[in-house]
Design a protein around this ligand. Sequence first.
Ligand code: G3H
Ligand code: ZN
Length: 287
Amino acid sequence: MMLGEIFNQALAEGWSTGHFNFSESDQARAICEAAKEVGAVAFIGTSEGEARHLGYGVAVALRDAFRAELGIPIFLNSDHHKSVDSAKRALEAGYDSIHIDLSAKSFEENLAGTKEIVVLARANDREINVEGELGYLRGDSKIQKEKIEVKPEDYTDPEKAAEFVKKTGVNRLAIAVGNIHGISLDEPNLDIERIKKIRAAVPIGVALVLHAGSGIPDNQIKAAIAAGIANIHINTDIRLAYAKALRDALKETDETTPYKFDVPAREALKTMVKEKLKFFGARIKTG
Ligand code: G3H
Ligand code: ZN
């Protein structure tokens, strides 16, 4: 099963896949088990920092091991890889999907670097799914202590999105529509009309991705999916669930065996992923 088919099915049927970050094997296991229990594919990702911590080769080996053990489709993505070099590293390690995020650079540099990765991803009959990013997403995956303001120029322009997709040949596009990474002090206010305009401007086979899915009210998530989002990225919410359960567990016990004291953290993460996937309506293609 190809990743692209799943996004197409999600768009056609009005639901979304979920993408979840990990930096430890336990977290990858929790996400993959959650996906299996819900009946969805597992789409797992490492940012540059998460991959540096875990090791690109280890991430690939974990994917392979969980595929064999759980028997479900599992796809590994290089989340927000911010240089052509780091994206190449993930590609060479054997990732299934590359998110090349050059959105902080000029439109021309973003276009050229993203295209370079698309060409490599399709070389030698490979069909690695590539995500580009256009528009500027602020924040990072934590609880924000200061107010972050989304500026008018941050938003993805539908016409530029169409040009970017056409010239790069990406399989999916991350867009900035009022979303901010992490839990912001103010409630996010997604520009749903803009999602619809981008959806109308970009070919149907190119999936639209909503990053920064943590802390967005449920009604806005539902509206974003209805407007054509086929993949939603979640990191802060699962980090918080994991960290809180781990802190609580360590407070209550003098246990020193990691595989014993980290069980509640893994379970909390798994519960959160299941809730998100169910809410997104995620499922595996059936016939
Ligand atoms: O790429 C990762 C996601 O966009 C995570 O965003 O931490 O706001 O859930 P989040
Ligand atoms: Zn993101």
